[in-house]
Write a protein that binds this ligand. Structure first.
Ligand SMILES: *Cc1c(COP(=O)(O)O)cnc(C)c1O
Length: 367
């Protein structure tokens, strides 16, 4: 009997998430200097974290020999006051991805059906399969979640609907009214997980707190990885009813949110100016990139977030050609294979990616 035969059979079929290559590896491979590389691959904040958050992160190093506050009290208090909820409405995660996994542990059983859009964020499917659930994919006309189609996919086996708004990788959103009336009509046996990883980029994001307070089975996910610029520290949170959160707490490892991340996240939450500035800069960057793509006659999916899908005919080929020029982007799988996802960078980074695109486009068989 070999080791693989001892593995849980489910794990053998489990797809693997393939992350992009680190900057240093790309530099080495193509004979470039690491500082010449532009990485616009993972929707990080190109302006980085709030300087206050960095200061607090550095300060927290002095206590790094101690375990973190296992209940994350101070960060929970800040979240509670910011949201006008209480600590018991929040759970911290090692990135909000961990909260998706906790939802899986707590709610997904064999053959439960989990619904999300066909081009939704990839992690919902990975977690569903890992837990033995059945992924149900809903068609996304115009690459946008269609809540009517999702509603039609709900049956007695449905357990969770994942709805990312804005969605990654399409950058598309649903309106507040669509989301609210969806929550209003969702059946009693179904949980809605609204993934708000990019909601800080919206001027007027939906507010699910009234639904949480009125007992709807809805949970919101937020992260410090995107606009807050703390992706490397791995911290995010979920918020929902006290009952929802206390169930998720049972599946959580005791010290999942590290002390440096907790300290930085508190300061990042308080620095609302930084968040606002980054939102405005991203709006300008998005306009700059859209204008540049129009000048190059490239079709793109209008985005509400800090990234954009560009139709280059063959995303993988474009990815490789750009990487040779020191620009790291993200090619898309499956039916999105003609697209490349570009994160919005600083003005200079955006200029670089646009001029690299201008050089490679003639080499591609783009439409
Ligand atoms: C980036 C992202 C997340 C969060 O990632 P973490 O770094 O684990 O917090 C969650 N949902 C979507 C749609 C994302 O794009």
């Amino acid at each position: 009997m070999n080791l693989t035969q001892l593995a849980n059979p489910r794990i053998l079929d489990q797809p693997i998430y393939t992350p992009g290559k680190p900057i240093e590896k790309v530099a080495e491979q193509f004979g470039l200097a690491a500082h010449e590389i532009v990485k616009l691959a993972s929707n990080e904040n190109p302006w980085g974290a709030s300087p206050h958050a960095l200061e607090k992160a550095k300060g927290a190093l002095d206590q790094v020999h101690l375990y973190p506050d296992g209940s994350g009290t101070f960060l929970l208090e800040r979240l509670a006051s910011k949201f006008s909820l209480s600590n018991e409405h929040f759970i911290l995660g090692n990135g909000s991805n961990e909260i998706i996994e906790l939802l899986g542990h707590v709610f997904i059983g064999e053959n439960d059906e989990i619904i999300f859009g066909e081009h939704a964020f990839a992690v919902y499917k990975l977690v569903t399969l890992l837990m033995g659930g059945q992924p149900v994919s809903a068609h996304m006309p115009n690459l946008t979640h269609d809540l009517t189609l999702i509603k039609e996919s709900i049956n007695s086996k449905t357990k969770i609907v994942f709805l990312p708004s804005p969605n990654n990788p399409t950058g598309t959103t649903n309106t507040k009214d669509e989301i609210y009336s969806f929550i209003d009509t969702i059946p009693e046996h179904v949980i809605l997980c609204l993934d708000e990883a990019y909601s800080e980029y919206l001027d007027d994001p939906p507010d699910i707190r009234p639904f949480i307070q009125s007992g709807k089975k809805v949970i919101g996910l937020r992260t410090f990885s995107k606009i807050h610029g703390l992706a490397g520290l791995r911290i995010g949170y979920g918020y929902g009813s006290k009952e929802m959160i206390s169930l998720l707490q049972k599946a959580r490892q005791p010290f999942n949110a590290n002390s440096i991340a907790q300290a930085a996240a508190i300061a990042a939450l308080e620095d609302e100016d930084w968040v606002l500035q980054c939102r405005r800069r991203n709006e300008n960057g998005l306009r700059q990139v859209e204008q540049g793509l129009q000048n190059l006659d490239l079709e793109y999916v209008p985005s509400q977030a800090n990234f954009i899908l560009v139709n280059l005919g063959n995303g993988k080929k474009a990815f490789e050609a750009l990487q040779r020029k020191g620009v790291i982007t993200r090619a898309m799988p499956g039916e999105l294979a003609k697209y490349l996802r570009l994160s919005i960078g600083t003005e200079i980074e955006n200029e670089k990616v646009l001029s690299a695109l201008e050089e490679i486009v003639p080499l591609l068989d783009h439409p």
